[in-house]
Design a protein around this ligand. Structure first.
Ligand SMILES: Nc1nc2c(c(=O)[nH]1)N[C@H]1C(S)=C(S)[C@@H](COP(=O)(O)O)O[C@H]1N2
Ligand SMILES: [Mo]
Length: 220
């Protein structure tokens, strides 16, 4: 178990996170566009609802259901008792901005699915946000990758509300729109269901450099 509350290292790029957030207007209904002030470290803070939904650590719940033998609801504390992994990977938005070498920490989605006991008819995993609007999905093969995290920390600190905390998805090899913020629900399904931006034209397969007509060089 990792003591996420007791972290000594503050990365320089993130020290001004709260300030940057205070200065950054929320952007509504767009994953890109101009006039968005950069967040700390080069991030833009996105929310399709125009709001930053907030869940305190005590109120947070993550439900796992669908084609599993053991549906489960995690609290933040119970999530934190699961094995965590850490790695540094880029965060790349399909609109062109990239933040290099972000330190991520979390529970592998594969670990959560293993504990849930995925049934033989399972083909995909869909995600809902407690913002009430955003959705995403992965194929089961993608979901089982070791670099797809139920992320609980970035830059050695609990994920901020602006970044989708307390828990967001981080799908390392894919464009940022796969990394759903304010993660509330995981459902194992028999098919992929296109997500919020995918209903609006983005590729359902979101591999960095191979999707959406872009040629970004994947890193890491
Ligand atoms: N719930 C939710 N998740 C979301 C989005 C959003 O608007 N709402 N935007 C997506 C897009 S397009 C990107 S690039 C990243 C941005 O993450 P950030 O706001 O932490 O920079 O979140 C993704 N996940
Ligand atoms: Mo994005």
């Amino acid at each position: 178990m990792l003591g996420l509350g007791a972290v000594g290292v503050v990365f320089g790029a993130k020290a001004s996170d709260a300030l940057a957030r205070a200065l950054t207007p929320l952007t509504s209904g767009s994953s890109g566009g101009s006039g968005i002030l950069p967040g700390a470290g080069g991030f833009r803070f996105y929310t399709v609802t125009g709001e930053e939904p907030r869940r305190d650590a005590d109120d947070y719940r993550l439900t796992v259901r669908g084609l599993v033998r053991s549906p489960h609801t995690y609290t933040l504390d119970s999530l934190r008792t699961l094995p965590h992994v850490s790695f540094k990977r880029d965060f790349q938005c399909v609109t062109g901005w990239r933040v290099p070498d972000v330190p991520w920490q979390g529970v592998r989605l594969a670990e959560i699915l293993r504990r849930a006991g995925v049934t033989s008819s399972a083909k995909a995993v869909t995600f809902t946000s407690f913002d009430g609007a955003y959705t995403e999905s992965l194929t089961l093969d993608q979901a089982m990758r070791p670099d797809v995290l139920i992320a609980t920390a970035m830059y050695g600190k609990p994920i901020t509300t602006a970044h989708g905390g307390p828990v967001r998805l981080y799908a390392a090899p894919m464009y940022g729109y796969k990394s759903i913020k304010w993660l509330g629900g995981i459902e194992v399904r028999d098919r992929v269901v296109p997500g919020y931006w995918e209903d609006r034209g983005y590729d359902v397969d979101a591999w960095v450099g191979r999707s959406n007509g872009r040629s970004d060089k994947p890193t890491g």
